[in-house]
Design a protein around this ligand. Sequence first.
Ligand SMILES: CC(C)(COP(=O)(O)OP(=O)(O)OC[C@H]1O[C@@H](n2cnc3c(N)ncnc32)[C@H](O)[C@@H]1OP(=O)(O)O)[C@@H](O)C(=O)NCCC(=O)NCCSC(=O)C[C@H](O)C(=O)O
Ligand SMILES: [Mg+2]
Length: 290
Amino acid sequence: MIAPDRPRRSALYLPASNAKALAKARSLPADVVILDLEDAVAPEMKAEARAAAVAAAREGGFGPRELAIRANALDTPWGADDLAAIATSGADAVLVPKVSTPADILACEAALAAAPPGLQLWAMIETCTAVGQLFDLAALAGSTRLSLWVMGTNDLAKEMRAQLTPDRAAFLPILTQAVCAGRAHGLALLDGVCNEFRDLALFRAEAEQGLLLGFEGKTVIHPAQIEPCNAVYSPAPAELDRARAIIAAFAHPDNATKGAIQVDGKMVERLHLEQAQRLVAVARQIAALG
Ligand SMILES: CC(C)(COP(=O)(O)OP(=O)(O)OC[C@H]1O[C@@H](n2cnc3c(N)ncnc32)[C@H](O)[C@@H]1OP(=O)(O)O)[C@@H](O)C(=O)NCCC(=O)NCCSC(=O)C[C@H](O)C(=O)O
Ligand SMILES: [Mg+2]
């Protein structure tokens, strides 16, 4: 069985220019913290935000949380300086926005040439051009630092001139395509944000939709969204019971040579055994977070 990635149920964005939010993020229960230098930071605050993000990464104190810094795109006045600063910051990942073509990924890869090998490259999928090249973009996972995609549904809505409705109807084909392309090349996948941060019922429904579509977590913008996000993206007790029953059934000597058996009246095959093993491993990793 391939070990699952580390848990990334919730990934909290915050403007790196917001010192209060930055201090708070160190103790919030998000699996990932993303210090934003892009859309949440005004142009006149870009340099200050970059310095604050790098200082925070160097200082640490994020515990088990994975730390990413979202740069400005390379074709902006700030992108090159952002990547140069993040490369040596000690952050776990750099998240690049508005990636459209494989050449964009390769340009980021080149800009990070001097970074430690452990620095991951994460990319936002949020342009119409990127949607047309999902499999070509994902294929770079094997030969570059690219390891994760984040869906940018706000920018997609803007470019498409589509509406972000509660059912996200306009985006479902794109989200599904992105999951297929990402999975085909071993990428981790995080769903987009829900802007209505006071409406936790809507948030929960959107998170559940993302889980059903195949994402392993969701990006969030407010502390109130973290707990429901973690709850939705954690294996439920009933799911775990069934997974353990499937593992036990295939471990029984009577089933050693069988490909398909029944567990509690439902057919299961060895592909379901792999799914069950993965689910149990995910639950173990979540428990280890404490
Ligand atoms: C949306 C917000 C501007 C709302 O902030 P605020 O009005 O301060 O909310 P509250 O008063 O309810 O805040 C309560 C306390 O929580 C802290 N807080 C709020 N948000 C965060 C956060 N994200 N991280 C850490 N802490 C946070 C407040 O400071 C309050 O603290 P205290 O006073 O001690 O109680 C704000 O939530 C916000 O800025 N959110 C993040 C915005 C952001 O980063 N946006 C960029 C990423 S989203 C994106 O770009 C999507 C993508 O690219 C796309 O295209 O879709
Ligand atoms: Mg965006």
